[in-house]
Design a binder for this molecule. Structure first.
Ligand SMILES: Cc1cc2nc3c(=O)[nH]c(=O)nc-3n(C[C@H](O)[C@H](O)[C@H](O)COP(=O)(O)OP(=O)(O)OC[C@H]3O[C@@H](n4cnc5c(N)ncnc54)[C@H](O)[C@@H]3O)c2cc1C
Length: 332
């Protein structure tokens, strides 16, 4: 059984240039103007984040993430922690050690001292998941006020898979090429058909051209007829603590492929912005696993040379299977 591949995890962040059609010509011009400006500041800055500012980083087929602003850096986390622990911590631990300590012990408030503001372009069905993260500030493109662009997310063929049999919320076996082709044709045709209808209802196109025999229906009503793979855009501001919480949930293999594609780019931004916090997060949260007390009992029995199976573990079959997977003992 061939599984869906992981969303791209580039080591290098790719910046979109003026030839990219993910951005309108107006957006290209705005980005160029923003990137041409440099201001002198007394605030702490991160050189590689300054280089990243305003540029669009591609995600999925038409989406992007742009860093619009950020506040704080690794030293800001350390500085906040030292306010609570006092100067004594300086002798005891270096910055990396202190950040690791904070992460390991869930001392979260120093991470709230850093903030980031992003411009994100994403399909509406991904936005529905993203917006569940309430501890952030958001301004979305208004489809009551403006007309949504004719841009739909169409998955790559190898991201199309059947319903998983072991997990009701996931993808299983990848589709055969001919089947994938049929699905893609349906997705494209339906999205285009719905968008044509949207323009007809509006009586105008996104560029302001009149649609012959169009109805002139209110934008807030016409949008009802669109498909969920249409792209929306928003500004999203979040503090580092809540961004890490978002990433723990959305960069996880259980999260949907499409939101993980965004989470992977955010991880790369994190690495550039707060490299020490990023490493601590990977070590103690992202690549770590929380074991229940029953799970710990299983591990202790195994370490003592005893035998254990799902029935004697006291755990549910799913939880036991997950633990064995994490321990690399799936065959048990
Ligand atoms: C794999 C996956 C599958 C999911 N499936 C579903 C699903 O099927 N249906 C569905 O509805 N959702 C689903 N969700 C969404 C999930 O239940 C959360 O709503 C979402 O992940 C946001 O998490 P959060 O509330 O911790 O984050 P945030 O809203 O950002 O909140 C951060 C933290 O602030 C605190 N907080 C915020 N608001 C409150 C509040 N009102 N009361 C108390 N504490 C608060 C909590 O400690 C919370 O953890 C899924 C999420 C994932 C990752």
């Amino acid at each position: 059984v061939q599984a869906v591949r992981e969303p791209a995890q580039a080591d290098q962040l790719l910046l979109l240039d003026a030839s990219s059609d993910r951005l309108s010509s107006q957006q290209h011009a705005e980005i160029e103007a923003q990137r041409a400006n440099t201001a002198i500041t007394r605030r702490a800055t991160v050189t590689s984040m300054e280089e990243l500012l305003y540029a669009a980083l591609p995600v999925l087929d038409h989406g992007f993430i742009r860093v619009i602003d950020y506040m704080g850096d690794d030293p800001a986390i350390v500085q906040a922690a030292r306010v609570s622990y006092g100067a004594g911590t300086k002798q005891k631990r270096g910055d990396a050690g202190l950040i690791n300590y904070l992460m390991r012990n869930r001392h979260t408030s120093p991470f709230e001292m850093c903030e980031i503001k992003l411009h994100v372009k994403l399909p509406i069905f991904v936005a529905r998941q993203w917006v569940r993260h309430r501890a952030a500030s958001l301004n979305e493109y208004s489809a009551r006020y403006s007309i949504l662009d004719r841009e739909f997310y169409i998955p790559a063929p190898d991201a199309l898979a059947k319903q998983a049999t072991t997990n009701r919320q996931g993808r299983g076996e990848i589709l055969e090429p001919e089947q994938a082709q049929r699905v893609l044709e349906m997705l494209r045709a339906d999205a285009h058909q719905a968008y044509l209808r949207y323009e007809h209802l509006l009586g105008e196109t996104a560029t302001g051209a009149a649609v012959p025999d169009g109805i002139g229906l209110a934008r807030e009503l016409a949008r009802m007829d669109l498909t969920l793979n249409v792209y929306t855009q928003w500004y999203w501001k979040v503090d580092l603590h809540n961004l890490l919480h978002f990433l723990k949930l959305r960069a996880d293999p259980h999260a949907q492929y499409e939101i993980r594609a965004y989470a992977n780019v955010l991880l790369q931004i994190l690495k550039v912005w707060v490299p020490l916090a990023f490493e601590a997060f990977k070590q103690y949260r992202l690549d770590a696993y929380e074991i229940s007390s029953k799970g710990l009992g299983v591990v202790r029995r195994l370490l003592a040379g005893g035998s254990v199976d799902a029935a004697s573990s006291g755990m549910s079959a799913g939880e036991y299977r997950e633990l064995m997977g994490v321990l690399g003992l799936s065959e048990r």
